[in-house]
Design a protein around this ligand. Structure first.
Ligand code: TXA
Ligand code: MG
Length: 311
């Protein structure tokens, strides 16, 4: 069911969960002040209780009130990438973010999304918002996708197709070492942070580095069994998730991510194509993962590998 900005605000105020658009993917929103609605998000998604949610706010200036430490380069990062697809994980004052939203951690994730309708909703107050998909399944990049997962009566603010199509990049503040690490690859490639931070943040591998609990789970996966392929041979038949400018075995049906020179288009199409596999009842598909290891391709490759992980 499609709702207006005003109705989204009313429902959030009344402690209900609604779906909101962002430039990355759609989210399921609950008001920050409503632990009951936050609990409902976990139930609706089938999300493990130890996987925390991102606090979405309308402006960076709101964030200092929540945190116990503001890294010196916070203002530079905020100015360069917000509103936009960056999420920052910071140590928080425990009374400012409900415990269930933080999954009991002493940190919380923050983001200022770049979507006019959702920013209008956030002006009324912050929301907790994970991606609007059933846990483990491909994210939603349109209002229709949200309705497939949560039913046609679920309230969705329709903001059109998501411009980016991949989730935000998560930077984790390492309090001991006073550096940022990447907890989740996303719409912003690691190298874009170099000019702002003076270093390229490392991709967190755990150990002494903090991690995003969500990265430990199976993710983004369609029902189809995906086989990841570096190079194709003629006996590979059936459906291929690949690129329109590449040669594949004869008679294959191509689910096209666009041109192999255009990662932005591939990002916009990825989740819709993974969902289309399910809609068309396809049981198995080959996935072309012969992709560069930099820029947005790195995120795309990581998503494809996670979507195709053995289960
Ligand atoms: O683009 C996005 O970030 C979207 C849109 C809706 O804003 N949201 C999103 O949320 O992707 P979700 O819940 O699907 O993923 C949030 C990730 C999870 O991997 C979670 O573990 C991590 O953020 N996270 C949240 N709070 C954290 C914290 N305090 N420490 C480490 N990781 C955290
Ligand atoms: Mg998600």
């Amino acid at each position: 069911m499609r709702i207006t900005v005003e109705n989204a605000i009313e429902r959030l105020q009344a402690g209900q969960v609604v779906a909101l658009p962002t430039e990355t993917v759609y989210g399921l929103a609950a008001a920050l002040k409503c632990p009951q609605a936050i609990a409902e998000i976990f139930a609706l998604k089938g999300r493990p209780a130890n996987n925390p949610l991102i606090v979405h706010v309308s402006a960076a200036e709101e964030i200092p009130a929540y945190v116990t430490e503001l890294p010196a380069d916070f203002p530079k990062l905020a100015k360069a990438f917000w509103p936009g697809p960056m999420t920052l994980v910071l140590p928080v004052r425990l009374d400012t973010v409900p415990e269930n939203a933080r999954a009991g951690l002493a940190t919380a994730a923050f983001r200022v999304p770049d979507h006019a309708q959702t920013r209008a909703v956030l002006k009324d107050g912050p929301v907790l918002m994970p991606s609007a998909n059933l846990s483990g399944r491909p994210s939603a990049t349109s209002a229709d996708h949200v309705e497939v997962d949560f039913g046609e009566h679920f309230p969705v603010l329709d903001g059109g197709k998501c411009g980016k199509g991949l989730e935000s990049t998560i930077l984790l503040w390492n309090q001991q070492e006073k550096v940022w690490t990447i907890g989740r690859l996303g719409s912003l490639p690691p190298e874009v942070f170099l000019k702002v931070l003076g270093y390229r943040p490392e991709i967190s591998k755990g150990g002494r580095q903090p991690v995003c609990p969500g990265q430990l789970y199976r993710h983004y996966a369609p029902k189809a069994h995906l086989t990841l392929v570096q190079s194709f041979s003629e006996e590979m038949k059936g459906v291929i998730l690949g690129f329109e400018d590449r040669k594949y075995p004869h008679g294959c049906s191509l689910f096209s991510l666009g041109s192999s020179n255009d990662p932005e288009v591939a990002a916009q199409r990825l989740y819709a194509l993974l969902r289309k596999l399910d809609q068309e009842g396809i049981a198995k598909a080959w996935v072309d993962i012969n992709l560069p290891e930099d820029g947005l391709w790195l995120t795309l490759k990581e998503r494809l590998i996670k979507a195709g992980a053995v289960r």
